[in-house]
Design a protein around this ligand. Structure first.
Ligand SMILES: Cc1cc2nc3c(=O)[nH]c(=O)nc-3n(C[C@H](O)[C@H](O)[C@H](O)COP(=O)(O)OP(=O)(O)OC[C@H]3O[C@@H](n4cnc5c(N)ncnc54)[C@H](O)[C@@H]3O)c2cc1C
Length: 286
């Protein structure tokens, strides 16, 4: 998938919000706070954030663009910024402070917006992942757009920029929507397109030798402790558990003709619905 910039004008200032997520899903939870014990997990860049970064890198390839990678998390979250620098981001900003720990999506958006207003107020486009692999709320992108009072579009599959307008394609149920919005704006990128490139080991070494990562805490952002962290977060996790599947196996015996008749008699409605959906998708893709 390619990004087209129709007219090269001034430098496009892009911000990519990246969350570091645990490498594996089977990790212990802190039952008291309802948060993941991520300090014992190995981290990686959230998959959808990789696609958002790739979209930004493709814009940079076509255009005169500058990419800031922004992350909030424990100090180890800075690793994803080095990865972003290796892949082609120009600078990284790490927001880390024990007082910010346990932030829910609302407080996370507030802190990210504060950092953006302070460090990159003249941005053109913010790219977020559509959702994370560890919490999956998909709320931070839209809430961040709201905090910054800019237009936003979620779950995008493709984008083009013309002058100060961005044209977006996204799949909504069975439809492919084309939207336009003015910059500055925010998009959240799905894992459907913008397939991430690989980071080279040599590039990673270079990134560690560069001095392009800035670390900010709550004080440097002028954030009142009453506004941040778990106490300021209205979302409370009441319980965390693994869902159990209640599936029943049914064995249908007899001649093939009889089996097919039985299946259609029992599951005809469901099969009909699925076939209709499949037909629409194929018509739409053709
Ligand atoms: C010290 C400290 C400890 C933390 N510990 C935890 C923890 O244990 N568990 C946990 O889930 N979170 C932790 N966070 C981060 C924060 O609480 C979450 O990022 C936030 O709640 C995101 O929710 P989500 O995963 O549902 O995001 P979603 O809304 O699903 O994320 C969508 C997109 O928003 C952007 N985004 C989301 N979070 C961040 C972020 N932190 N930085 C940059 N971009 C982001 C990304 O582009 C992402 O793809 C910690 C933060 C700090 C400062």
């Amino acid at each position: 998938m390619d990004v087209t910039v129709w007219q090269k004008k001034t430098m496009l200032k892009l911000i990519v919000c990246i969350k570091q997520v645990p490498m594996v899903s089977e990790l212990p939870w802190d039952a008291r706070t309802g948060t993941l014990k991520r300090e014992i997990a190995e981290g990686m860049m959230n998959p959808a954030c990789k696609h958002a970064l790739e979209a930004a890198l493709q814009l940079k390839h076509k255009h005169d663009a500058h990419i800031t990678a922004l992350t909030m998390g424990p100090t180890m979250a800075g690793e994803v910024l080095y990865e972003a620098l290796t892949l082609g981001a120009d600078q990284g900003i790490l927001l880390t402070d024990k007082r910010m720990a346990g932030a829910d999506t609302l407080v996370t958006s507030l802190i990210l917006s504060r950092a953006i207003k302070k460090e990159c107020p003249d941005f053109d486009l913010i790219l977020c992942g559509s959702q994370t692999s560890d919490s999956e709320t998909a709320q931070v992108g839209p809430q961040l757009a709201e905090e910054l009072d800019i237009p936003g579009a979620a779950y995008i599959e493709n984008l083009e920029i013309k002058n100060r307008t961005i044209r977006i394609k996204r799949l909504a149920d069975d439809f492919l929507e084309t939207l336009e919005m003015d910059l500055p704006g925010l998009v959240t990128v799905t894992t459907g397109n913008f397939h991430p490139r690989y980071a080279s080991l040599g590039g990673l070494e270079d990134a560690f030798n560069r001095d392009d990562i800035k670390t900010l805490d709550a004080d440097s952002l002028g954030l009142d402790r009453k506004l941040i962290g778990i106490k300021a977060s209205p979302t409370k996790i009441l319980d965390v558990f693994s869902p159990t599947a209640n599936k029943e196996n049914i064995v249908i015996k007899g001649a093939v003709k009889k089996i097919v008749e039985d299946i259609f008699e029992t599951y005809g409605d469901k099969i009909g619905g699925a076939m209709e959906k499949d037909l629409k998708t194929h018509e739409h893709n053709d």
